[in-house]
Design a protein around this ligand. Structure first.
Ligand code: DX5
Ligand code: ZN
Length: 228
């Protein structure tokens, strides 16, 4: 079943608990937390204290997307703060296998992320140990960017590999996923849909989430019909 992982980066931080509640009411089922360090990406956001603040306000899983140079140094703090899922960028991990093990040892679900310029092939050896693969459909750093269609082929390729290798990792997509792009993303095979600017809007967040999920579910039904 496809899920909406709403990115709080696009929310009103001064009203964060209400923003999360609105997205959740609209059907969002994962909280996507974009952690940026100003080195790996040209922007700074938030870290474990934000996760700690979110933990008591929602029961939804907290999906932490680490856009940082040295994720190993922060994994224990994210676990301590209450994160459920942690994804790390292939591009920064010199010992990707070890980093994914570290996430697992801290009882969180490990994910691996690839930038638009990074090929899927770089992940083949770690696919059996990840709970999800995150395909970036923009260059990370900012919300509100335009969707890069090259992500579609990568999603389809990952879905194919998943089947060939007999695995069951999930495929997440992040960046420019909105009402006009979500159909293609789901048809390609994605099942966790990150969206920020398409969801958060004063007074409309719940409705945006609901309509987004309706489009996603229609595309999922079409995809399943093709599979049979
Ligand atoms: C980009 C972040 C995204 C971002 C998505 O670096 O990883 O999660 O918040 O925002 P939208 O949906 O606005 O593209
Ligand atoms: Zn993200």
């Amino acid at each position: 079943m496809v899920e909406l992982a709403f990115s709080i980066l696009a929310s009103d931080f001064a009203r964060l608990a209400d923003e999360v509640a609105s997205a959740e009411r609209g059907g969002g089922s994962i909280v996507h937390v974009d952690v940026m360090d100003g080195h790996f990406v040209p922007n700074i956001t938030f870290g474990p204290p934000m996760v700690k603040a979110l933990r008591p306000v929602t029961k939804l899983p907290l999906d932490c997307h680490l856009m940082v140079e040295n994720p190993d140094a922060f994994i224990p703090a994210f676990a301590e703060a209450g994160a459920d899922m942690v994804s790390v960028h292939q591009e920064v991990c010199r010992h990707l296998h070890r980093t994914l093990q570290l996430i697992e040892q801290h009882k969180m679900l490990p994910g691996v992320v690839i930038n638009p310029g990074t090929p899927v092939e770089t992940l083949i050896e770690v696919l059996p140990m990840v709970h999800y693969v995150l395909v970036m459909s923009v260059n990370p750093g900012f919300g509100g960017q335009q969707f890069l269609p090259l992500a579609l082929e990568k999603i389809a390729y990952l879905a194919e590999l998943r089947q060939e290798m007999g695995l069951n990792f999930r495929i997440e997509v992040d960046g420019g996923v909105a009402h006009d792009t979500v159909g293609r993303v789901v048809e390609a095979g994605a099942d966790m849909l990150v969206a920020g600017s398409a969801i958060f809007s004063p007074g409309k967040t719940g409705r945006n989430a609901h309509e987004f999920l309706q489009l996603a579910r229609a595309a999922e039904a079409a995809r399943k019909a093709q599979e049979v």
